[in-house]
Design a protein around this ligand. Structure first.
Ligand code: ATP
Length: 371
C-alpha cells in the first residue's frame, strides 16, 4: 500500500532536509488496536471509515493510518500533532516497540518487520536509541552509572564504559554531578541524564518521545538549545515527537503534522507555515510569527542591474525578520546572495506582504535564480 498523500508528494523535495539518503523508510504503515486488527487495512471500506464509526463497527482504533515517509540522514524529523493523533504509536512502530499491523519499515534498507528478536534488540540498543518523557532512570545508581547503563547492557567492559559515560556527561553539561543519584537532580538535569544515556551508545538515530513536555518553559528552552547544539556538533539523525508547534518549528528540519493517525502535511517549517495543505493546518499555524519562520526566498524578486550591485547582502536562509531589519537600517533593497552570486532582491513591500500573509508566492525555491 503506498497511497502517499498529495501534500507529501508536493513537498517531497523539501528544501530544509539535510541529505536525501533515507535512514528510515516507511511505506503504507498502519497500526490498528483491537480485535482482528489485520482486517482493517486489508478492507478498503473499513480503512476509509472515520475513527468513531470504525470503533463502533469493529471495536478497533486505527492509531496510524496508511502513513508513508522517509527520515533522511542527518535531519531532525519532527512528528507533531495533538494528543491522540498517533505520534507515539508511529514512532514506537519504527523499532517495533509496538508491532505494526501493515506496511513496510526499513532502516538503512534493512526490513525492520523481518528482524528476529536478536536483530531487534541490536536495533534498539545500537542503532535507534529512545529518550522518553519519564526519564526511566535507575534511582539507586549514580548519574555516571545511569549513563553507562546502555553500554553495560551491551557488555562493554567497566573501564571503557565509564570513560565513555564521562565523556558524554560532559557533553550534556553535567560535569561535577557524576556521583549524584537521580533524585538529587532537577527535572531538566534528569532529562540530560536520559539524553546522555541515549547518546552513550552512539546510535545512528535518536528517537525523542516528548522528552521535554514535563519541564517548565525556561528549562525546556535550555534543553531545546541543547538538542540544537548537539545536532549541529554531531549531525546525528533525530526523530522528535512533540505536540508543541513552537518546539516543532524551532527544532525541525522537516515536520510531519499528524491528525487522526494520518500525516496531513509533511514539509519544512517554512512550507507548513507558508503553504498549509488544508484548513486544519492553516488553523494550526495561524498564530505563528511568520517573519521568524519564512525566509527571504519567499519575498525575493529579480534585481535590476543597479539593485544587484548595492544594498545589504543576506543569505537565502535569512528570515524575513532579519531582512526587515537590514532594509530598515539601510533604507535600500537588500540583496539575496549565495556564494557571491546575487539571486534577487527583497524590498519592504514584499517583506510586509509575507508578514501579513498576503503574498501569493509559494514557499520553497520557486523564485530562485531570478538574477
Ligand atoms: N494500547 C492501545 N490500545 C488501544 N488504543 C490505543 C493504544 N495505544 C494508543 N491507542 C490509541 O491510539 C491513538 C493514538 O495514540 P498515541 O498515544 O499514539 O497518540 P499521541 O499523538 O502520541 O498522543 P499523546 O500526545 O497524548 O501522547 C489514540 O486514540 C489512543 O487512544
Amino acid at each position: 500500500m503506498s497511497t502517499t498523500i498529495s501534500a507529501q508528494e508536493a513537498t517531497a523535495e523539501g528544501t530544509g532536509a539535510r541529505g536525501t539518503e533515507p535512514v528510515f523508510s516507511v511505506d503504507g504503515l498502519w497500526k490498528v488496536f483491537g480485535p482482528k486488527a489485520d482486517r482493517v487495512p486489508a478492507d478498503p471500506e473499513l480503512a476509509a471509515l472515520p475513527a468513531a464509526e470504525l470503533r463502533s463497527r469493529t471495536g478497533c482504533t486505527a492509531a496510524v493510518r496508511d502513513v508513508s515517509f522517509d527520515v533522511r540522514k542527518g535531519e531532525v524529523f519532527v512528528v507533531m500533532g495533538l494528543s491522540g493523533s498517533g505520534k507515539s504509536t508511529l514512532v514506537r512502530c519504527l523499532t517495533r516497540l509496538i508491532e505494526p499491523t501493515a506496511g513496510t519499515i526499513a532502516i538503512d534498507g534493512e526490513d525492520v518487520r523481518a528482524m528476529d528478536r536478536a536483530r531487534l534488540r541490536e536495533l534498539r540498543r545500537h542503532r535507534a536509541a529512545m529518550v522518553f518523557q519519564h526519564f526511566g532512570l535507575l534511582p539507586h545508581r549514580s548519574v555516571l552509572d545511569n549513563v553507562a547503563y546502555g553500554l553495560e547492557v551491551q557488555g562493554v567492559p567497566r573501564r571503557e564504559r565509564r570513560a565513555k559515560a564521562q565523556e558524554v556527561v560532559a557533553k550534556v553539561g553535567l560535569e561535577g554531578m557524576e556521583q549524584r543519584r537521580p533524585g538529587q537532580l532537577s527535572g531538566g538535569q534528569q532529562q540530560r541524564v536520559g539524553l546522555a544515556r541515549a547518546l552513550a551508545v552512539d546510535p545512528e538515530v535518536l528517537l525523542f518521545d516528548e522528552p521535554f513536555s514535563a519541564l517548565d518553559p525556561m528549562i525546556r528552552r535550555d534543553m531545546q538549545e541543547e538538542v540544537i547544539r548537539l545536532h549541529e556538533e554531531e549531525g546525528r539523525t533525530m526523530v522528535f515527537i512533540t505536540h508543541d508547534l513552537n518546539e516543532a518549528l524551532r527544532l525541525g528540519d522537516r515536520i510531519a503534522l499528524m491528525r487522526d493517525g494520518r500525516i496531513v502535511q509533511l514539509g519544512t517549517p517554512e512550507e507548513i507555515v507558508g503553504s498549509p495543505a488544508d484548513d486544519y493546518v492553516r488553523e494550526f499555524v495561524r498564530d505563528v510569527p511568520r517573519e521568524q519562520v519564512m525566509t527571504v526566498r519567499r519575498a525575493m524578486r529579480a534585481a535590476s542591474a543597479q539593485e544587484a550591485g548595492e544594498g545589504p547582502a543576506l543569505s537565502p536562509e535569512a528570515t524575513v525578520s532579519q531582512a526587515i531589519e537590514a532594509v530598515a537600517r539601510s533604507g535600500q533593497t537588500a540583496r539575496v546572495v549565495d556564494q557571491g552570486r546575487c539571486l534577487g532582491v527583497v524590498d519592504s513591500d514584499a517583506l510586509l506582504e509575507v508578514v501579513a500573509g498576503t503574498d501569493t508566492r509559494s514557499a520553497g525555491p520557486a523564485r530562485e535564480e531570478v538574477a
